[in-house]
Design a protein around this ligand. Sequence first.
Ligand code: NAD
Length: 255
Amino acid sequence: MGILEGKTILVTGVLKNNSIAFDVARLAQEQGATVVLTSFGRQMRLTEVTARRLPTEAPVVQLDVTNPEDLDQLADRVREHVDHLDAVVHSIGFAPQSVMGGNFLAADWSDVATALEVSAYSLKSLAVAAKPLMVPGSAIVGLTFDASFAWPVYDWMGVAKAAFESTSRYLARDLGPDGIRCNLVSAGPIRTTAATSIPGFEQMESSWDGRAPLGWDIKDREPTARTVVALCSDWLPATTGEIVHADGGVHAMGQ
Ligand SMILES: NC(=O)c1ccc[n+]([C@@H]2O[C@H](COP(=O)([O-])OP(=O)(O)OC[C@H]3O[C@@H](n4cnc5c(N)ncnc54)[C@H](O)[C@@H]3O)[C@@H](O)[C@H]2O)c1
């Protein structure tokens, strides 16, 4: 029996089959879960094609996390496929290129605001939109890139991740009384569409393996996806407001 047997899970952020969320959805199905995906706008078609590559094709519902109408309608759209949610996976990130790649001092507020809205505030938006379907014992899990440091080229996306990590702790505070956990997985660099859109991201990719006591493969999404699935399961029932690193151990090393 899988660790998600009989569970229903909403997975955001599946774009292509190299998305971290794709492996989360695949593993969740392999572990017994029923999965519903979200996507939006022009990316919807791509997500639908990718959804067919899962062990079981998953339905895709419309959700742009910055669109109040989509957020209002999320619960009803998901209810067309499942009657409750045991877990919600936030695997969403976006920042205009102008605020990454070494442009920290030059970045405009309007572009920074976009990064913060899509990549940090959206965790709160998604949690509130999905809450009517969430049951006691359910989990929200998001993906971060360790915001304790100033990294090369990550710039305002790093600031957005710091806000994201803080948002997760406040959600843990406010949703805990309803029996809902909120945790993050802090992953090492993985070669996805979002990562390759960051100018100079290969600077972070190239040094990670050498610094990781367990080693690190930038093309292997499995360790990160497994950690997300574990946090979605019943196996960490007293854990909330936590950040679990799936980074080969880099976070614990000095230079
Ligand atoms: N790839 C890495 O190195 C890495 C490392 C640590 C954390 N992460 C995080 O993992 C998460 C998933 O990213 P990924 O690397 O799999 O890349 P990805 O490009 O496959 O996924 C990013 C997703 O965000 C979605 N998205 C963007 N704007 C949205 C909006 N307004 N509404 C709804 N969805 C929106 C996209 O549709 C896409 O599916 C992100 O939060 C990212 O920051 C990635």
